[in-house]
Design a protein around this ligand. Structure first.
Ligand SMILES: [Zn+2]
Length: 585
């Protein structure tokens, strides 16, 4: 069994196993080389022992007691007269831990952080406090920086909406290359200046990163990230849809109101009257009875209908009819027009009494029972069952009417946006139908659809040469949302054009931001910037390997542009979907 690296000639003199394992060791090589001049020496000056903590074994901590020699340097001109022999494969000079334990502790620190690393370590028999882990982390070398040529820059939030940092990625190698504590133009442009090799900067649409790149890397082509451009477009689209939807709903409400004013009053359904309403009804009835008595009394006093009408403040015709009737006039119940729902009234009332207030479900149930009337008629009927005059009823009725009115109202803005952003051949037949209905809802919506699809086509094909035509169409669309998208693109024209033409985009930067967030969260908000940076930039050996594989795959794919486009577009679409879904939710 190999206990020590084979470059180290070490003799194990003694092993003692108790709660911990202690190995006593002696170095065996006859010579040692002077760290100052490199001369080999055989002249031993003295011996001393060093204690090193090592990786645990069989659950016990392991300590190494190493007898080390001091040598004379035999080169007379060397400033170093005496030196201790080094064990470069085993430990660093003056270290208390073997290199392999240091590496294990720093990996632990990288993955779970200092505090948790120390806790987990002590359970596993790794000797190292939180401070030791953090010190090791800070001392450990970052992966050797390579000259970046294509860089993605994006922001990340220290605290959402308040404090932001900057993450820079090497897009060719797919790795994070630096983390900056803020996103100021000064700091980011200074970073760019330190990296004159940069040829392409992929960035979001913010003016800060644009300015930083222009100042710090004027030689580089700026690429407005496709995802961010797509996001702007999706936002404009969903505003148009929401606006049209609100207009439509308003028109519908007005229509419903008109209908309501023409509509007969709801049938009296004593069972569904609230206490308060019942009181009002009884009070009105009492008042009418009292009026009747008064009219009768005046009539008996010999007054005519005209005089009585003047005295009690009622219409002359009503007085005459009351007198002609000769008894207390029950208010006439107005007849409701027969409706398809009448035959199902009992079912509806039964379900209503059982507590089912879900109109859509009731509609489904009634249809199964053979109901052929409209959903709208059912809702109108249900609205009557709700307490008269309650705001809930009015709101509910308004809402039902609104979302029953058209496809635009039936679908959420988020869902509609999603349908609009998809490739039409990716939609199911059902979705296709929905889409067509929404598009037909208003000419504005159809115009928005055309603008969105043309733009997405440019994104997919990277046919930036059509951008100018698109901008003109957007500018003359009379859709303020798209006019402002166009204005924004005009201001950032070169970068958007590059984004629509070149293959680079920030997709992987976004992925690295997600990783950064995870690391930050694991530090429970106590993240010191230097540690966060270390943990983001340090990559485990596995991750590096994985990365190499990804890069290789990417290189192979690059031979086939269709595949690359496909992959990138998938990223775009799935991201949009995610963001859209989160908007809806
Ligand atoms: Zn020397």
């Amino acid at each position: 069994m190999m206990i020590f690296p084979d470059q180290v000639s070490i003799l194990i003199e003694q092993i003692s196993v108790a709660d911990e394992i202690t190995l006593t060791l002696r170095t065996m090589s006859p010579t040692a080389s002077c760290p100052n001049c490199g001369t080999l020496s055989t002249r031993v000056q003295s011996r001393y022992s060093r204690t090193l903590h090592d990786l645990p074994s069989t659950g016990r901590p392991v300590d190494l007691i190493v007898h080390v020699r001091r040598f004379f340097c035999t080169k007379s001109t060397c400033a170093q007269k005496i030196f201790a022999e080094r064990l470069p494969e085993l430990c660093h000079p003056h270290a208390q831990r073997t290199i392999r334990l240091q590496e294990a502790l720093s990996q632990l620190g990288l993955v779970v952080g200092g505090q948790a690393g120390a806790r987990v370590g002590s359970q596993l028999g790794f000797s190292g406090s939180r401070d030791t882990i953090l010190r090791l982390l800070r001392q450990s070398d970052l992966p050797e920086p390579r000259t970046p040529h294509v860089v993605g820059v994006d922001e990340w939030a220290w605290k959402r909406g308040r404090r932001y940092g900057t993450l820079l990625c090497d897009l060719q190698r797919g790795i994070p290359i630096d983390v900056l504590p803020d996103r100021s133009v000064e700091r980011v442009s200074a970073w760019f200046k330190r990296h004159p090799s940069i040829e392409v900067v992929s960035r979001d649409r913010s003016s800060e990163f644009a300015a930083a790149a222009s100042q710090g890397a004027p030689q580089a082509v700026q690429v407005a990230d496709r995802w961010h451009v797509g996001k702007n477009l999706a936002e404009a689209l969903s505003t148009v849809l929401a606006r049209c939807r609100a207009d439509q709903a308003k028109a519908n409400r007005a229509k419903v109101k008109r209908e309501e004013s023409l509509r007969e009053p709801p049938p009296q359904r004593a069972a569904y009257r609230s206490k308060g309403e019942e009181q009002v009804r009884l009070a009105r009835k009492a008042e009418r009875e009292q009026r009747y008595a008064q009219v009768l009394a005046l009539h008996q006093q010999g007054l005519g209908a005209i005089d009585i009408a003047a005295r009690v403040g009622m219409g002359e015709r009503t007085i005459r009819s009351w007198l002609a009737c000769g008894r207390y006039p029950e208010p006439k119940r107005r007849r409701r027009r027969p409706s398809l729902i009448d035959r199902y009234e009992n079912i509806v009332l039964k379900r209503w009494d059982e507590g089912c207030r879900n109109g859509a479900r009731l509609y489904q149930e009634l249809r199964q029972q053979g109901y052929r009337g409209s959903q709208k008629a059912l809702y109108r009927y249900l609205a009557r069952l709700r307490p008269v005059g309650s705001t809930r009823r009015r709101q509910a009725a308004g809402k039902e009417e609104a979302w029953l009115a058209g496809p635009l109202e039936r679908l959420s803005t988020g869902r509609s946006t999603w349908l609009f952003m998809r490739k039409s051949e990716d939609l199911s037949q059902e979705e296709h139908k929905e889409l067509i209905q929404i598009r037909q809802a208003s000419p504005e919506i159809e115009a928005a659809y055309q603008l969105v699809q043309t733009f997405l086509q440019m994104l997919r094909d990277r046919s930036g040469q059509h951008l100018e035509v698109w901008l003109q169409a957007a500018e003359t669309s009379h859709l303020p949302e798209f006019e402002s998208v166009a204005a924004g693109i005009r201001q950032d024209y070169a970068a958007v054009l590059a984004g629509l033409t070149l293959m680079w985009n920030n997709g992987q930067t976004e992925g690295q931001i997600t990783r950064l967030k995870l690391i930050k969260r694991s530090m429970y908000g106590r993240a010191k910037f230097d540690l966060l940076r270390l943990r983001v930039l340090h990559r485990s050996k596995d991750a590096q390997k994985e990365n190499a594989i990804t890069r290789e795959a990417h290189r192979q794919r690059q031979g086939d542009p269709a595949t690359v486009a496909q992959t990138e577009e998938n990223t775009l679409t799935s991201k949009h979907t995610t963001s859209l879904i989160s908007e809806v939710a």
